[in-house]
Design a protein around this ligand. Structure first.
Ligand SMILES: *Cc1c(COP(=O)(O)O)cnc(C)c1O
Length: 379
């Protein structure tokens, strides 16, 4: 995710990493109508489309409740708050993710306790979690990176044994499954982002939380309106984190297409897997437990990665490094006191990952060009 760019179309005649305009053109009539309808009824904040979306996303993920919020970041923030995380607490998470995952822990005055990833899935290594738990640990945030879920069964087992909350960061992974359990439905909270470049993206910022506990759901809905219930009475201090109606309306138009879009991403991934099979390019591993991978990214591991990236860009092939710097080497987390070479799997991964075009509207000719050029460069 380039979290600054909403349309990463390449300026050259090459292949873009993502082209949102193409998706828009396939649903233009429905999307335009849905947006105009909101302009017409004028209920711009928490309007009827938000309630309808909450109903549909709860159903889609197999959860009882959903709460629309104004970003995936806030989905994490509010879920941690509703989990009781506050000043002085510790929250365990992966060393390898988009910044928001660790940022929200810090913002609550809690300490991000980082754990290395598995060598081959980009996701947190469940075997390393137990050793990271202390008397201050309140919650675990497993991140489901690039469209494949983390190994949730062992994570849930530890959490239940040690009485910890689990907040799933599914910002990149809505609709994926773990042994047929939907992303977001296994932890106490499931968090999703509707940032435009995600698989299910809106027209600006947006996000949603799913859960199946009635009290948790009620707390989320209080937290997103400054902690007020009833209006103007505050037992606690919350946030301004309401989902805009126009954003919900746009997601309602896109949700029925998500399955088909994901299947096209899977087909693109299979094509790349085959093309790269005999080469030095390492395709992303799909675990046996993954019964549906939504490929938010197709992320390969290559040698001399920066050089490969530069050459691809020269040839007009969109690509991006998600993510170049692990949390433990971010300047703002220096105070955690980690050594640079700690977390060897994350370090190795950050040095070799490269994401290439996988979006559903990619043409067969384009993906062939991408594979050809990648193979030409990497051998
Ligand atoms: C995008 C993303 C977020 C944050 O979502 P926003 O809607 O951009 O706030 C959090 N975690 C991960 C893993 C993400 O990819």
């Amino acid at each position: 995710m380039s979290n600054t760019a909403t349309n990463t179309s390449s300026k050259t005649t090459g292949v873009p990493l993502l082209d949102l305009k193409r998706q828009y053109l396939t649903i233009k009539e429905d999307l335009d109508r849905a947006v105009l309808n909101v302009l017409d009824h004028g209920k711009f904040i928490l309007g009827p489309e938000v309630a309808e979306l909450e109903k549909q996303i709860a159903e889609y993920t197999g959860c009882e409740f959903a709460c629309g919020v104004n970003s995936g970041t806030d989905a994490l923030l509010l879920s941690l708050r509703a989990s009781g995380v506050g000043s002085g607490d510790e929250v365990i998470t992966t060393d390898f993710s988009f910044f928001a995952t660790a940022g929200v822990i810090w913002r609550l005055g809690a300490k991000p306790v980082l754990v290395d990833i598995e060598p081959d899935t980009f996701n947190i290594d469940p075997n390393l979690i137990a050793a990271a738990i202390t008397s201050k640990t309140k919650a675990i945030i497993p991140v489901h990176l690039f469209g494949q879920m983390a190994d949730m069964e062992p994570i849930m087992k530890i959490a239940q044994e040690r009485n910890l909350k689990v907040v799933e960061d599914g910002a990149q992974t809505i609709g994926s499954t773990y042994k047929d359990k939907k992303c977001g439905s296994m932890g106490n909270f499931g968090c999703f982002s509707f940032f435009p470049s995600k698989n299910l993206g809106c027209l600006g910022d947006g996000g949603i939380i799913v859960c199946s506990d009635e009290e948790d759901a009620a707390m989320l809905k209080i937290l997103r309106v400054h902690g007020s219930k009833p209006k103007y009475y505050h037992r606690l201090v919350g946030y301004n984190s309401r989902l805009a109606t126009i954003q919900a309306a746009s997601i309602l138009v896109k949700l029925p297409h998500l399955r088909k879009w994901s299947e096209t991403r899977i087909a693109n991934a299979k094509y790349y897997d085959n093309r790269f099979a005999e080469s030095s390019v390492k395709s992303p591993l799909v675990k046996d437990y993954t019964t549906f991978h939504i490929y938010n990214q197709y992320t390969v591991m290559v040698e001399n990665r920066d050089e490969v990236r530069d050459k691809l860009k020269e040839r007009g092939i969109g690509c991006e490094i998600y993510y170049p710097v692990p949390f433990h080497n971010q300047e703002c987390f220096e105070y955690l006191g980690h050594k640079k070479d700690e977390f060897p799997n994350t370090n190795k991964t950050c040095a070799s990952v490269l994401s290439i075009p996988i979006f559903p509207e990619l043409t067969e000719a384009e993906r062939e060009v991408v594979a050809n050029i990648v193979l030409e460069i990497c051998g």
